[in-house]
Design a protein around this ligand. Sequence first.
Ligand code: SAH
Ligand code: DHB
Ligand code: MG
Length: 237
Amino acid sequence: MPQRPSPAEDLALWTAVDRYFGTRVGDSDATLEAALRESAAAGLPAIQVSPLQGKLLHLLARACGARRILEIGTLGGYSAIWLARALPPDGRLVTLEIEPRHAEVARANLARAGLADRVEIRIGPALESLECLAAEHGPPFDLTFIDADKSSYPEYLVGAVRLSRPGALIVADNVVRRGDVVAPPSDDASVAGIRRMADRLATDPRLSATVVQTVGVKGYDGFALALVLEAPSASAT
Ligand code: SAH
Ligand code: DHB
Ligand code: MG
């Protein structure tokens, strides 16, 4: 029996395959590379989506014809650049970030990408920003990317649904976490948040969802994708 590859061998292979397809379809460029460089130079953690994952978000946004996009968890604006580039010139990305230092780096990266006019960074706890957005009664969002603290994912999902148009797509990052989601019960607040979100995806009649497990340069993880359905009719509630 051939030996199973070690975790280090797995990651090396997944990284090589990410690099291979990155050079074929990845579309990274000097602006995105500069955003990564500036984020690293500012000491931000390198936990942004991978280039191919960024391209996936970009393509999903274009496939949705998204004109208004919501992001929860900005970091240095790397995923925001991918998403905002999918918008028409009069489109808008609203991205929520709790760390002023992260928002500052993101602002510079988005400005360098020529996207400052299309992107609004809201600094503060995302739950509070979501409340403000709801109170403002602005136009609904076509796409939401959830990528902040995992412990609040279920609340972010509820907030995103409330701000979405029927037919909108909601994408959540890091729902697999090396398989931790099915590991024995633990007191890990992130795992608990992902599980509570999964329970909500299972039971919310306004959502139809799936999960895509992923491997690559970021290891083993996954995305949840949920479609916001028409509001259930009065007779069905
Ligand atoms: N989407 C980014 C990565 C986001 S990392 C990318 O792929 O490029 C997660 C971010 O969420 C961090 O910047 C962190 O500061 C932020 N965050 C954590 N808790 C938050 C909260 N309660 N409200 C808003 N942002 C939060
Ligand atoms: C972490 C957060 C993320 O959003 C991610 O994609 C990877 C790691 C983290 O907090 O460790
Ligand atoms: Mg993430």
